[in-house]
Design a protein around this ligand. Structure first.
Ligand code: PGA
Length: 255
């Protein structure tokens, strides 16, 4: 089954609107009309509008890094799916390990966000992954299974076909310690098997499963050559146009 590779940049808490627009402009110039890879950038909320304007007319899509499950209401400091849609966002990262570990987000809450994203025509990038202690205890697959099953509760087959999953081993995020391609492929293959059980074989074959955690131009080709690795969710290397575009090129070469 052919799956178009996808490279997504998670800018985290970096870039003002002006800095974000400048980076987006560089990306548009360097990427041009290349269309054999799907590309998404996820700036902080405050830069979404400026970056979105810069990306207008290009093939690069706009994503957010989080959102609240409700459409509106008394939720100080939060942003909703309709608000993101109004800024022309098409994707949203949900359940990132930093949200889970630093801000106490649990699977049930992440699940509400996933359902809200689908309801509002946003494609969720659902992040799952084990900590170092969990890997050392041999519970990687169990942790990933729990996060995936709980995060996707109530999702229909039709919705699941446009789902994106990101496997991000927590110990590899921002640490420079990348999972080996065998370690990553093992979990990616396991996730695809779970998607088959939860939905259908044909849905599971359509879902793109991204790897995240210190993915860089140097290690990307080997990771992207694995049969169930369909792209990357990139933190550090997405903050600079050259390295991000090198990753896009690596994905184009890997297809
Ligand atoms: P990293 O971050 O590429 O800096 O490790 C990835 C992520 O957290 O999405």
């Amino acid at each position: 089954m052919f799956r178009k590779k996808l490279i997504a940049g998670n800018w985290k808490m970096n870039k003002t609107p002006a800095d974000g627009a400048a980076l987006a402009a560089e990306l548009v110039t360097l990427i041009g009309k290349l269309s054999d890879v799907d590309i998404v950038v996820c700036p902080p909320f405050t830069a979404l509008e400026a970056v979105g304007r810069t990306l207008d007319g290009s093939i690069v899509k706009l994503g957010a890094q989080n959102m609240h499950p409700d459409a509106s209401g008394a939720f100080t400091g939060e942003v909703s799916a309709p608000m993101l849609r109004a800024l022309f966002a098409t994707h949203v990262i949900l359940g990132h390990s930093e949200r889970r570990s630093l801000f106490g987000e649990k699977d049930a809450f992440i699940n509400l966000k996933v359902l809200s994203a689908f309801k509002n025509q946003l494609r969720p990038i659902l992040c799952v992954g084990e900590s170092l202690a969990e890997r050392e205890a041999g519970s990687t697959l169990k942790v990933v299974q729990t996060q995936l099953e709980a995060g996707l509760e109530g999702v229909s087959k039709e919705q699941a076909a446009s789902l994106l999953v990101a496997y991000e081993p927590v110990w590899a995020i921002g640490t420079g310690k990348v999972a080996t391609s065998d370690q990553a492929q093992e979990v990616h293959g396991f996730i695809r098997g779970l998607l088959t059980k939860l939905f259908t074989e044909s849905v599971a074959q359509r879902v793109r499963i991204l790897y995240g955690g210190s993915m860089k131009p140097a290690n990307a080709p080997e990771l992207l050559a694995q049969k169930d690795i369909d792209g990357g969710l990139i933190g550090g290397a997405a903050l600079e146009a050259r390295s991000f575009v090198e990753l896009v090129n690596a994905a184009a070469a890997a297809k």
